[in-house]
Design a protein around this ligand. Structure first.
Ligand SMILES: Cc1cc2nc3c(=O)[nH]c(=O)nc-3n(C[C@H](O)[C@H](O)[C@H](O)COP(=O)(O)OP(=O)(O)OC[C@H]3O[C@@H](n4cnc5c(N)ncnc54)[C@H](O)[C@@H]3O)c2cc1C
Length: 408
């Protein structure tokens, strides 16, 4: 019998399992599919400290510290992260910069249309989109998602975690006895980290977790003769562009979005092309299996392609009137969100702890480590205090930004 049974082999499950084993626990991790077969394996892996909620700023800094321990092993490309926003979000940026300062996370804030334009044009002389402020985090970037999963798995195994893939938890007889596709498994402490499946797995334990579902719309875009490189071929940071004026089609000029819109983009994994995404689609419920972009319900909507390349054309002149020339591989996937879009880390029953992801897994990589310490020591970590489940009943929800995304 393992002392700790971890359900879920994504970034959260692997991190907490590794942390527990390093504290001397005897840990078994099970995953119904393969490691990284959930959200972790298909994520864009963007790492940014761009949240209006104060409490998460330090968690992201700690997560960046983890990536910086061995960037190559994690597949972490520390190219920076640059958020460029319109007037309505200037206040958010100023507040986020102050949050960075409080936790010792370096970033540069530029306010004012002319200064922002000058800053952007220094990197991309053909920058076009008008913005009122920008925040440049040089410690941000993106992680190759499967490389991070593989590294976490090898660290977990090295610490002594036993990993069994293809073992699905299908029921519980209390938190200390899980019924699986391979028979019952007993443990002293159960740790749930089943990503988007958390409401289903929670229900098996009698928990009622209120989650909604969001389809992250993303894709790989390639255009002959035009990429993201800036002056002197330097590697571009991840760019997050929000706008309030209508988005017009780069194909025929019609209005695609008559209000706030946003895109985010970075260089592709192999250094060519562009990987990026835009506004998600929300669902109250949907089928999670089969999971991933091969499921047509999970892949980006057909209209996403025109939206995204038109957004790029609005950002930089080099992409203007090229709408028909892109080679596109649509991607995307489903993330489950809590009511305030921030994670839950908490004891959900005696002997059962849950990490309820809310779509920020790479940015909050430190959660697994902190949760492991909390579980092993029995002492609450103040840094996880703002992420307890009771915040919903108490109405102590995290602050949302004025951006068009539900996750900042
Ligand atoms: C398209 C997309 C883009 C994203 N981009 C980013 C990004 O740029 N940056 C970022 O920080 N985050 C991003 N995210 C979110 C990020 O992927 C998640 O926050 C993170 O991967 C969640 O990790 P997890 O370990 O909680 O869940 P998962 O990686 O989903 O792992 C959960 C595991 O639990 C297993 N499981 C479920 N039910 C059972 C069961 N009954 N029995 C056994 N095993 C079970 C599943 O098979 C799965 O492998 C993105 C997500 C998507 C879908």
């Amino acid at each position: 019998m393992a002392s700790h049974l971890v359900v879920g082999g994504g970034v959260n499950g692997l991190s907490v399992a590794r942390g527990l084993a390093e504290q001397g626990a005897d840990v078994l991790l099970v995953d119904k599919g393969r490691l990284g077969g959930g959200a972790s394996g298909i994520a864009g892996g963007i790492v940014r400290n761009y949240y209006r909620a104060d409490a998460i700023t330090e968690l992201v800094r700690l997560s960046v510290d983890i990536f910086e321990e061995d960037p190559e092993a994690y597949g972490f490309r520390q190219v920076g992260y640059l958020a460029a926003v319109p007037e309505a979000q200037v206040e958010d940026l100023v507040a986020i910069r102050a949050q960075h300062e409080r936790v010792g996370y370096e970033s540069e804030l530029v306010v004012g249309a002319d200064a922002s334009r000058e800053y952007l044009m220094w990197s991309w002389p053909d920058w076009e989109a008008p913005v009122e402020a920008l925040l440049h985090e040089r410690r941000g970037g993106w992680a190759d998602a499967m490389q991070t999963v593989r590294h976490l798995a090898s660290q977990a195994r090295a610490a002594g975690v036993e990993i069994r893939e293809g073992v699905e938890v299908v029921g519980f007889e209390g938190p200390q006895r899980a019924i699986t596709s391979e028979g019952p498994l007993e443990c002293e402490t159960l740790v749930l980290a089943p990503g988007p499946w958390v409401a289903q797995v929670g229900e098996l334990l009698g928990l009622d977790l209120e989650m909604r579902y969001l389809k992250a719309q993303e894709g790989e875009f390639a255009l002959a003769g035009a990429g993201l490189s800036g002056r002197a071929g330097s590697e571009a940071p991840v760019v997050h562009l929000d706008q309030t004026q209508p988005l017009r089609s780069d194909q025929d000029g019609r209005v695609l979005v008559d209000g706030a819109w946003g895109i985010y983009f970075r260089m592709g994994r192999t250094g060519t092309g562009i990987t990026g995404g835009g506004l998600p689609v929300m669902f109250e419920s949907l089928e999670l299996d089969p999971y991933g972009p091969e499921n047509p319900e999970h892949a980006a909507e057909p209209a996403f392609e025109e939206f995204f390349v038109s957004g790029l054309a609005a950002a930089m002149r080099r992409f203007r009137r090229r709408a028909g020339d892109w080679r596109v591989t649509a991607a995307g996937g489903i993330v489950a969100h809590t009511p305030d879009n921030y994670p839950i880390c908490d004891w959900v029953l005696d002997n059962a702890y849950a990490i309820v992801d809310s779509g920020h897994g790479f940015k909050t990589l430190a959660i697994g480590r902190l949760a492991a310490e909390e579980i092993a020591s029995g002492t609450a970590d103040p840094r996880l205090q703002p992420f307890r489940a009771h915040r919903f009943a108490r109405g102590e929800l995290h602050v949302a930004s004025k951006g068009p995304y539900p996750w900042t």
